[in-house]
Write a protein of this length. Structure first.
Length: 228
């Protein structure tokens, strides 16, 4: 099979439209991007042949330039990540910390899992707050410096920071995956109030944005930066 031996990250980097196929199947293409499509399907009990057909069908139409992240200059991609994903995370995280704490306080007796959700998201928020700062103040400036020419100090920073960032991505992605499992896919019970519904929707959107965010870094930006 053409795609079964390829990594998930490689497939999505080549055509971002495939992300929707993996997301629908519950396959992690960002933190789990190094796994091959065949291995991911075996773990989920899915037919890789179906993905082969769906991915091949996508090739009939060209990729829109706005989705062809793999063709972007790494400096431009770093700026895009800051202006799009970092801005979203910084705006949404404080709201979600407040919302998850509120529904845990109001509905925690009937739905004790919400207390774990609030604890997990608070940990994600603390981790990402420092993570984004390090990217904006250390890693991304080092990438821009490398693009201007040979720079041993910047190269060393890029290597060390990327190693650390990958570990932090694993933590945040794992915690958000755990929240999705705890909430049974962000389901709202019959006694859930409007704030409960808003919180679940925001959590779902936040996880989806993080998946794209981490994919752009792990599978496209970081490999490009390491090759400079």
């Amino acid at each position: 099979m053409e795609y079964a031996s390829k990594s998930l990250g490689e497939i999505v980097a080549a055509d971002f439209r495939t992300a929707a196929l993996f997301r629908e199947a519950g396959i992690d293409f960002c933190c789990g991007g190094k796994m091959s499509l065949g291995e991911a399907c075996r773990k989920k009990g899915l037919d890789p042949g179906k993905f082969e057909s769906d991915i091949t069908a996508l090739q009939v139409s060209p990729i829109a330039p706005s989705l062809n992240y793999n063709a972007w200059n790494p400096g431009f991609l770093a700026d895009y990540i800051v202006n799009t994903h970092h801005t979203y995370v910084k705006k949404t995280m404080p709201e979600l910390v407040a919302y998850t704490e509120k529904i845990a306080r109001v509905h925690g007796d009937n739905h004790p899992e919400l207390r774990e959700v609030a604890t997990l998201f608070a940990a994600v928020s603390k981790e990402l707050d420092q993570h984004l700062r390090n990217e904006e103040e250390v890693l991304f400036p080092a990438i821009h410096a490398l693009l201007k020419g040979k720079n041993d100090e910047a190269a060393a920073l890029v290597r060390s920071e990327i190693d650390r960032m990958n570990g932090e991505h694993e933590f945040a992605g794992g915690a958000l995956d755990q929240i999705a499992v705890i909430t049974k896919g962000y389901q709202v019970p019959e006694d859930g109030c409007t704030t409960y519904r808003v919180t679940m929707k925001l959590l779902e959107q936040f996880e989806e944005d993080i998946h794209v965010h981490v994919h752009l870094e792990n599978n496209i930006l970081f490999p490009k930066a390491l090759s400079l």
